[in-house]
Design a protein around this ligand. Structure first.
Ligand SMILES: [Zn+2]
Length: 89
């Protein structure tokens, strides 16, 4: 236990994207962060910025696209920060 207890923060804190981390959007519109390894996509590269992946929000396999962080609204960025697909794959 630390003496420096900041308590709960209502706003999800944005941490920098990891080396292979991208912001993606599933076909249902959920936005989340995920590890987007270039490895394993050698033969799927024709799909470009689209692949099929399990969405951590709706928990279904969805067509998933990379999205540009600059194109996201602040609320969408907050959604991405809150929905982090951490190593489910
Ligand atoms: Zn989804």
């Amino acid at each position: 236990m630390t003496s420096d207890d900041r308590g709960a923060d209502a706003t999800p804190e944005w941490t920098p994207l990891g080396r292979y981390e991208r912001i993606v959007r599933c076909s249902q519109g959920h936005i989340y962060r995920t590890n987007w390894w270039p490895l394993g996509s050698f033969k799927a590269v024709r799909l470009g910025a689209t692949r099929i992946q399990r969405c951590p929000v709706c928990r279904r396999w969805r067509m998933t696209r990379c999205v540009d962080r600059a194109s996201l609204t602040p609320s969408e960025l907050a959604e991405a920060a809150a929905n982090h697909d951490s190593g489910i794959w």
